[in-house]
Design a protein around this ligand. Structure first.
Ligand SMILES: [Ca+2]
Ligand SMILES: [Ca+2]
Ligand SMILES: [Ca+2]
Length: 218
């Protein structure tokens, strides 16, 4: 393999890896689609694209300006929903929503943005779960009510369909945790990086060999 071909292979591996890492396995993770809310309004839905209501009144979509500005795009979710305006009467306002992700064996990272609606401890709890891994988001007196990123690393032992869920916890009072910009991405496997480094190693070897040949010919 010549120098250019070897370098090309290494570069392709790097680019391929970067593209792989950037894949978001979550559909509609920013809640910009799958609903009919326009502008600074809100409504509660049973489904929002791939997101389904698993328990409770429904998925409350709010547009920027109802309470706060979306962390990404124009819309976000509040899971302590309302039983009117599309919400199911008689159900708890504390809602659980989820969507099924098709994931192969490997390591992944869940990233989402959370903002408590109130600064009252117990109002705004959210529990995010997938395949037995979970992370909870809540209000702390010192934190205020700014958007904050939460991360959860998890592994999948056997490829298949896995439920990613978000559950509202604490006081069921229509005031809860806001969620936006949900991303699940693959964490690169060490052996993939080894392959990339081997590619660069080969490129270096080929380059040195050609340089030696050039010296001999001269
Ligand atoms: Ca959004
Ligand atoms: Ca609400
Ligand atoms: Ca609440």
């Amino acid at each position: 393999m010549n120098k250019i071909a070897t370098f090309g292979l290494a570069a392709a591996l790097l680019i391929g890896q970067a593209a792989h890492a950037a894949t978001n396995f979550v559909t509609n993770g920013s809640f910009e689609a799958g609903h009919t809310v326009v502008g600074a309004n809100w409504h509660v839905f049973n489904t929002v694209g791939a997101w389904e209501t698993i328990d409770g009144a429904g998925i409350e979509i709010q547009g920027s300006g109802v309470v706060t500005t979306a962390q990404d795009g124009n819309f976000y979710v509040e899971l302590d929903s309302d039983t009117t305006n599309g919400g199911l009467p008689g159900e708890s306002t504390n809602t659980t929503m989820g969507q099924w992700l098709t994931l192969g064996q490997g390591s992944y990272q869940l990233s989402f943005w959370y903002r408590p609606r109130t600064s009252v401890l117990g109002d705004n709890g959210i529990l995010a779960s997938i395949n037995g891994f979970d992370v909870s988001a809540n209000t702390a007196a010192s934190k205020g009510t700014a958007w904050e990123q939460y991360l959860l690393d998890f592994t999948i032992g056997t490829g298949g369909d896995y439920l990613l869920s978000f559950e509202a916890l604490g006081n069921a009072n229509e005031y809860g945790g806001f969620i936006d910009n949900v991303i699940v991405s693959a964490i690169p496997e060490p052996e993939t990086w080894l392959l990339v480094m081997l590619g660069f190693g080969l490129a270096g070897t080929t380059f040195r060999r050609r340089n030696r040949m050039a010296v001999k010919l001269a």
